[in-house]
Design a protein around this ligand. Structure first.
Ligand code: GAR
Length: 220
């Protein structure tokens, strides 16, 4: 299987980066991380990249006069490193058409909610405060909007009565670590087809249990 070249953009701890690294190293993901870029100096994910011998660098957005200039620098580095698929893994910058235009249909993001619910920032607290019974995480292709692109895969978790933002975030993060490598593998296998807003996985999988999830559970 041909390996897909990844460029991973991070801003923080990089646990999703770690999961992608682990899946690659254990042979479960046909990908190669060509470069890890952080906009935040000192981001924990940089140390993870270092430990695994991956090329990593800081491109500090503060050093650029505009968002477009910052994005252009990212595009240049990604192209120099022959990146085919851009992975946003806890990358906390809004991007411009410079980035999305350079990699149309070739940027993925993970978001800690069931999009299109709860886009943007401060997601976990907003989710708990709203009182929804389920939340989860979404991997989607990136388009011009914030958290609006075609959805590839989602995982659902219950929101429990005594949850706070931290306990909910931890429950969701576990599932993030499972679905992001899966989405990338489906891409690597050439199985994702984007038609308008809909992404289909080829061949279609009929194994999903069609029963509903209910929370709180029914008596019987
Ligand atoms: C993850 O929960 C990810 O879904 C979220 O940031 C966290 C990064 O964790 N991303 C967003 O909120 C993007 N809008 P990590 O650095 O440990 O992978």
């Amino acid at each position: 299987m041909k390996k897909v070249n990844l460029g991973v953009l991070i801003s923080g701890g990089g646990s999703n980066l770690q999961s992608i690294i682990d899946h690659i190293e254990s042979g479960r993901l046909d990908a190669r991380i060509k470069v890890v870029i952080s906009n935040a100096p000192g981001a924990g994910g940089l140390a993870r990249a270092e430990r695994h011998g991956l090329k990593h660098l800081v491109v500090n957005h503060r050093d650029f006069p505009s968002r477009e200039d910052f994005d252009q620098r990212l595009v240049d580095i990604l192209n120099e490193n022959e990146v085919e698929l851009v992975i946003l893994a806890g990358f906390m910058r809004l991007f411009t058409g410079v980035l999305t235009g350079a990699f149309p249909g070739r940027i993925m993001n993970i978001h800690p909610a069931l999009l299109p619910a709860f886009p943007g920032a401060h997601v976990w607290q907003t989710t708990v405060d709203y009182g929804v019974r389920f939340s989860g995480c979404t991997v989607h292709f990136v388009d011009q909007g914030t958290d609006t692109g075609p959805i590839i895969i989602q995982a659902v978790v219950p929101v429990l009565g005594d949850d706070d933002a931290d306990t909910l975030a931890a429950r969701i993060l576990k599932q993030e670590h499972r679905i992001y490598p899966r989405a990338i593998q489906l891409y690597a296998e050439g199985r994702l087809k984007i038609e308008g807003r809909r992404v289909t996985v080829q061949p279609l999988d009929k194994s999903l249990d069609p029963d509903f999830l209910i929370n709180p559970p029914l008596d019987n």
